[in-house]
Design a protein around this ligand. Structure first.
Ligand code: ADP
Ligand code: GN1
Ligand code: MG
Length: 362
């Protein structure tokens, strides 16, 4: 998009005239721009309405969740200005605005912050764990029924697996033959993970969860490198704590990027896993013994589910996740399978790590 087109979109909000605008971040869903005006720096986003069909529902959730987090943080004497997203009103009063190319929204750039696509050291992962653990704790008393379900069945692994099988049957992009071995690795695990998912869904409490706990959805404080804010709140909905834990391990404790073309380098890092679990368990209040016992299963489930979504999208011809090369979703599916296989091999060791941390916490 040209600077003048982005400036036109920015002019729909009360942020002042645009001085500069550049594409920003590496999210797979929305189009994100960093915009500078005389009033400061802002994040301008085009909402992906193929993924989020109701931008007003999304906006309402954002207002509710950010107000709650800000209020609780202020009451605790915390940094209430930088603890969460601050949406900017559009001309007309709503917090999203429609242009000819879709719905847009704006928020203040959280000053003195940065995000990481992959943890650079155990301290980052520990902070990520603290950030997401605290997020769950802050929302423990939020009435979940007030939230819209922005993507129904988002972490319904059995339904995701059916969708993957449909993509293979349809083979819309004619790619199945070229990745039959990897597809088989996914398909052969479907029954096991679907039945484990049903067991967890029946046994564990529903909480207000984030549902997209990639490490780059945490902002770190540039001065202290401590977790500052949880962002990308579009999928905050009722869910399971162990899936938030698990989805974070996928990127926060992995030895390689989700995008790597060298799956043989992908695995779960012992140090990063321990660091995330330690940070998370320090801040996540009220977890039941059934939840802490299922954290490692949650990590395997989310790695498997996300990998199967990449697989399905590759077979469908890259219609959901942003892809910058023809094999991008295939590479992602391969990296997630390598990560899953490593977790499967090392389940006992990872579970022992969690138990040790739970015992130490008392
Ligand atoms: P997506 O849904 O596409 O992942 P995000 O909302 O996560 O989009 O935004 C993409 C990236 O933009 C984030 O990873 C982060 O680096 C940056 N970002 C988003 N919102 C803010 C904000 N309010 N302040 C600072 N950086 C932000
Ligand atoms: C997407 O928006 P982003 O990049 O944080 C996706 C997640 C996947 C992730 C995989 C709404 O997250 O579910 O786990 O890509 N978000 C949505 O990298 O589908
Ligand atoms: Mg994101």
């Amino acid at each position: 998009m040209t600077l003048s087109a982005v400036s036109e979109r920015a002019a729909m909000f009360h942020a002042g005239g645009v001085l500069s605008a550049v594409p920003y971040g590496s999210g797979h869903i929305n189009d994100t721009y960093l915009v500078e005006t005389a009033k400061g720096r802002f994040i301008l986003q085009r909402i992906n309405t193929k993924v989020f069909s109701d931008p007003y529902a999304l906006t309402e959730n954002l207002m509710l969740v950010t107000s709650h987090i800000r209020m609780k943080t202020a009451l605790d004497g915390g940094d209430f200005e930088r603890c969460t997203i601050t949406p900017v009103p559009a001309v007309g009063g709503a917090f999203c605005a429609e242009a000819e190319d879709g719905f847009w929204r704006m928020s203040r750039f959280i000053d003195g912050s940065f995000s990481l696509d992959r943890a650079e050291r155990p301290e980052d992962t520990y902070e990520g764990g603290r950030g997401f653990g605290r997020f769950m704790t802050l929302l423990r008393d939020f009435p979940a029924e007030r939230l819209h379900e922005t993507i129904p069945n988002f972490h319904n692994t059995p339904l995701r697996l059916e969708a993957m099988k449909r993509s293979a049957e349809e083979d819309a992009a004619g790619r199945l033959l070229s990745c039959a071995g990897l597809y088989e690795e996914y398909a052969s695990r479907a029954e096991f993970y679907a039945s484990e998912w049903r067991r967890l869904d029946a046994a564990l409490p529903k909480r207000v969860t984030h549902n997209d706990t990639k490490i780059n959805n945490i902002l770190f404080d540039s001065a202290t490198r401590r977790a500052l804010a949880v962002i990308d709140l579009d999928t905050v909905m009722p869910g399971l704590s162990v899936f938030d834990f698990g989805d974070a391990i996928r990127t926060g404790a992995a030895s390689a990027d989700e995008d790597t073309t060298a799956p043989e380098t992908m695995g779960v890092s012992t140090g990063l896993f321990e660091a995330y679990a330690r940070g998370y368990l320090e801040e996540a209040e009220g977890l039941t013994p059934e939840e802490t016992e299922s954290l490692v299963l949650g990590a395997k489930m989310m790695t498997y589910e996300c990998g199967s979504r990449f697989m399905a999208d590759y077979l469908a011809g890259d219609v959901y996740f942003k892809a910058s090369r023809p094999s991008h979703n295939l590479d992602r599916a391969a990296s997630q399978m390598a990560l899953l296989q490593d977790m499967e091999r090392r389940t006992d060791e990872l579970e022992e790590t969690v138990r040790g941390l739970v015992r130490a916490r008392g």
